[in-house]
Design a protein around this ligand. Structure first.
Ligand code: SF4
Length: 217
């Protein structure tokens, strides 16, 4: 199978730097990671603009903001009642733990466990938070990475998450490159390696074992 750093180089050449995670400060990344579940980023942006406009994008302030007010801000992100409730719990968690600096001082495994205990935070969201908000060198395993790796390898079934982490980790270990890789894989999954892939236009075509040509039967 093609090494992950070669995939990284090809995707970077095709898509350019993605400048993730777009946020002014760290708490905004946590909020965005929670809100982006099952919705488009533009809806998250709308919610974050509204939270900022009302001066609520601060853990201590959000923690004691009535949930109905948060619901109004995040309405466009879908599942807004659940997401507003989760934001309240997230903010209270940050405050209870002593703030973001206290969380930042924790070992990655401890912090990951605490994040996973929170309502609405699964492995993908926890790892995105660890990577982008806390600069930890973790691999974010999402649908796009699973699909891309499976197709590149030419297999019928998904690789296990541990195999995916190993494949990435063998050639990419530093936080900045892992941050860029995740963003590039998402960009590539949206542009080319979709459910119905656009292989003819894909820069990975020559090294992908699942590449199909439009001239194929
Ligand atoms: S060649 Fe096709 S299947 Fe392979 S990575 Fe590109 S779009 Fe995906």
């Amino acid at each position: 199978v093609i090494e992950c750093n070669r995939v990284y180089d090809a995707l970077l050449a095709e898509h350019g730097r993605q400048q993730w995670w777009p946020a002014d400060e760290r708490f905004e990344i946590l909020v965005g990671a929670l809100l982006v579940q099952r919705t488009a980023w533009r809806n998250v942006e709308t919610a974050i603009v509204e939270l900022k406009r009302r001066e609520l994008l601060d853990a201590a302030i959000l923690a004691c903001t009535p949930v109905a007010v948060i619901e109004e801000c995040v309405r466009r992100t879908g599942f807004f009642r659940a997401k507003a409730s989760r934001l309240t719990k997230l903010a209270r968690f940050v405050v209870a733990m002593g703030g973001l600096a206290a969380l930042d001082a924790m070992p990655t495994a401890t912090l990951r466990r605490l994040l996973l205990d929170l309502d609405g935070i699964g492995p993908e969201t926890a790892d995105a938070i660890l990577l982008y908000a806390f600069d930890r060198p973790v691999v974010v395993v999402d649908t796009y990475l699973r699909r891309l790796a499976r197709r590149l390898a030419g297999g019928d079934s998904e690789l296990a998450d541990t195999e995916l982490r190993a494949w990435v980790g063998e050639s990419i270990g530093e936080t900045p490159a892992l941050s860029e890789l995740h963003a590039l894989v998402v960009a590539h999954g949206k542009a080319f390696c979709r459910k119905e892939p656009l292989c003819n236009e894909c820069p990975m075509q020559a090294s992908c074992r699942s590449a199909v040509s439009v001239s194929d039967p």
